[in-house]
Design a protein around this ligand. Structure first.
Ligand SMILES: N[C@@H](CCC(=O)N[C@@H](CS)C(=O)NCC(=O)O)C(=O)O
Length: 212
């Protein structure tokens, strides 16, 4: 299996956390962000969206980080990240879907406007977009805050795909100026997730070592 990633991408880090957690052996190839490689004919045959992550498993190509996480965690034997029990699985999938639709989307918009644009010199932050993202963030963050009131991780006592999915984008919480102050449970849970070995090994510095 070969996995294509960018080293500082939250969507790629969540997949790499699964690889590390389950000690999967696969070939990891880091692409250069915004490079032509992403739009090459050979890469577009793997992911026609010209984005990472993407996985090649023999003649099966898979894109979308959540689908790749679920595929990798389903391939082997039973594990805590994505148990085969249908209710537990649906619970995890619910939070991963909610992340893509609401939580991660709002944070991603703040990170893009407040951090990526100035960093890559691609224009001023659009304040209307930031304001709308903050409204959405404050609409949905209380749902996760409440969920974490009585749980160590998002769906219970152990870490699952839901935690890696929801936590990944928070790597940009500080430079993205994400207003986390009213959400102490989210802050504590993120620190817990950040402290796991599987997550630490996904840092851009650690991922750089894989390709050097
Ligand atoms: N929904 C996709 C999003 C993938 C995505 O946006 N990847 C970014 C990196 S985090 C990317 O490849 N950006 C390159 C580009 O848009 O040119 C997923 O979850 O995999």
């Amino acid at each position: 299996m070969r996995l294509y990633i960018f080293n500082a991408s939250p969507n790629c880090r969540k997949v790499m956390a699964v690889v590390n957690h389950l000690r999967l052996e696969l070939d990891v190839k880091s692409l250069v962000p915004f490079s032509e490689e992403l739009r090459s004919e050979s890469y577009l045959a793997i992911n026609p969206n010209a984005k990472v992550p993407a996985l090649e498993d023999g003649d099966f190509n898979l894109w979308e980080s959540t689908a790749i996480m679920q595929y990798l965690a389903s391939k082997g034997s039973e594990n805590e990240l994505f148990p085969k029990d249908s209710k537990k699985r649906a619970d995890i999938m619910r939070w991963q879907s909610w992340d893509q639709a609401h939580f991660g989307k709002a944070i991603g918009a703040m990170a893009w406007e407040n951090f990526a644009k100035p960093t890559f010199n691609i224009g001023e932050p659009d304040l209307a977009v930031v304001e709308q993202a903050e409204v959405e963030f404050h609409t949905y963050a209380p749902v996760l805050e409440q969920q974490l009131e009585s749980r160590i991780f998002v769906t219970g006592e152990n870490i699952t795909l839901a935690d890696y999915s929801l936590g990944a984008i928070l790597m940009y919480a500080t430079p993205g100026k994400v207003p986390l102050e009213p959400y102490p449970n989210i802050k504590t849970w993120y620190q817990r997730m950040e402290a796991t070995d599987a997550w630490k090994k996904t840092s851009p510095e650690e991922l750089d070592k894989l390709n050097n």
